[in-house]
Ligand binder design. Structure first.
Ligand SMILES: Cc1ncc(COP(=O)(O)O)c(C=O)c1O
Length: 379
């Protein structure tokens, strides 16, 4: 792990040595043998194995899994293609990720659909009673972020899935910050879309991401293009689609090294003993809470992985820089990445510290001393 304390898995996890080695092997082979030839060599891994592994991790059928280079690309391969109209309502929560919101606002501007924000209870939990009372068949899409980018609330995605099941709406879950740190089962959630990134709690390389897209959702998308891994021009005037699995949403070109690296990360994840970082997480939260002048940003009853906070006098970027001088990685988050919730709280910037199973109680102690020094409360 080197000599840094990495409290930024919510940005990107530390890539295990095995992943780095697997990727280096691909690059060496590409340089020696050629890229297409290397792709052929790895085709059982990048054409089959990685989908099977993801399917097991997400508890979803392999033919419903697609790979992308970012979670936003995964989302944009599906949501903007929904055929909505002015009679349709779309529900988001205050914890929605800004990139998802931009694509929804653009969808609204094109189709006339209405976007409504699910209210929260005073403590920050989603108001499930409001959802139960207001759900109806004019709701076409419900989007829930499992754990948001800016704070650690764990939204009850399975309970929401049960509530939505009798209705017409599609259910989308952004699992970017949860896959790899919590059990995530697309089947139990009952969603039709689930998106995530490889680089965070799964510890895959950058440029890897995925979506589970249920067949009933794929069937209604206004997909305007199919790439050559799934379609062929079979006459001077037309083409046919040979593969209607979720891969039909992908583009044909992608990095072999990244895909092989991601497969290795998934292998380690599957083979690893189940981990529990609750103690370290509680210690992190208690440490921040005990630091004079800090305000925790921890809405909701159920929390995991991420503790965000700000200080009454010391700006987030200064705290981050002072911790970095002591070789501790945290991140400065900006309110407009989780815009609805952060605007409600009046938060422009904050510090985000996130833990994974490789963080230890000793590291949290070192972090605590460094944080107290960073805010002038004594080391
Ligand atoms: C909750 C959430 N959703 C979506 C994304 C977007 O992921 P990507 O940067 O891979 O597009 C992020 C990124 O941090 C995120 O935290």
């Amino acid at each position: 792990m080197g000599d840094r304390i990495h409290l930024n898995t919510a940005g990107a996890g530390l890539v295990p040595a095995e992943v780095r080695r697997a990727m280096a092997e691909v690059l060496d082979r590409e340089a020696a043998d050629g890229c297409y030839e290397t792709e052929e060599h790895y085709s059982p891994v990048i054409g089959e194995e990685v989908y099977q592994r993801l399917a097991r991790v997400l508890d979803a059928p392999a033919e419903d899994i697609a790979l992308f280079d970012s979670a936003t690309r995964a989302w944009c391969a599906v949501v903007p293609k929904l055929r909505l109209g002015p009679a349709d309502r779309v529900w988001v929560t205050p914890y929605e990720y800004a990139g998802n919101l931009i694509s929804l606002f653009s969808l609204r501007d094109r189709t006339g659909c209405r976007i409504e924000v699910v209210p929260t209870l005073p403590g920050g939990d989603l108001d499930l009673a409001w959802m139960a009372a207001n759900i109806a068949d004019d709701v076409a899409l419900v989007s829930v972020t499992h754990i948001p980018s800016g704070c650690g609330i764990v939204n009850p995605v399975e309970e929401i899935g049960r509530l939505l099941a009798p209705y017409r709406c599609f259910y989308a879950v952004d699992a970017c910050q949860s896959v790899g740190q919590l059990p995530v089962s697309a089947r139990r959630i009952g969603c039709q879309l689930l998106t995530g990134a490889g680089r965070k709690f799964l510890r895959g390389p950058r440029g890897t991401a995925f979506a589970y897209v249920a067949p009933e959702l794929r069937a209604v998308l206004a997909t305007d293009f199919h790439d050559l891994h799934v379609a062929r021009v079979d006459s001077p005037t037309g083409y046919r689609i040979d593969d209607r699995s979720a891969r039909s949403l992908e583009l044909a070109e992608r990095g072999t090294a990244a895909t092989v690296g991601f497969n290795t990360a998934l292998t380690l994840f599957e083979e690893g003993t189940p981990f529990d970082h609750k103690d370290v997480f509680q210690a992190l939260r208690a440490t921040v809470e005990a630091t004079p002048g800090t305000e925790l940003i921890v809405p909701g009853t159920d929390q995991s992985g991420i503790v965000s906070f700000r200080h009454e006098h010391v700006p987030a970027e200064v705290i981050r820089a002072r911790l970095a001088e002591r070789r501790i990685n945290v991140w400065k988050i900006v309110g407009h990445h989780t815009p609805i919730y952060m605007a409600q709280r009046g938060i422009d910037t904050a510090v985000r510290a996130s833990v994974h199973y490789y963080n230890t109680p000793d590291e949290i102690e070192v972090f605590g001393r460094a944080l107290r020094a960073a805010v002038g409360a004594g080391a």
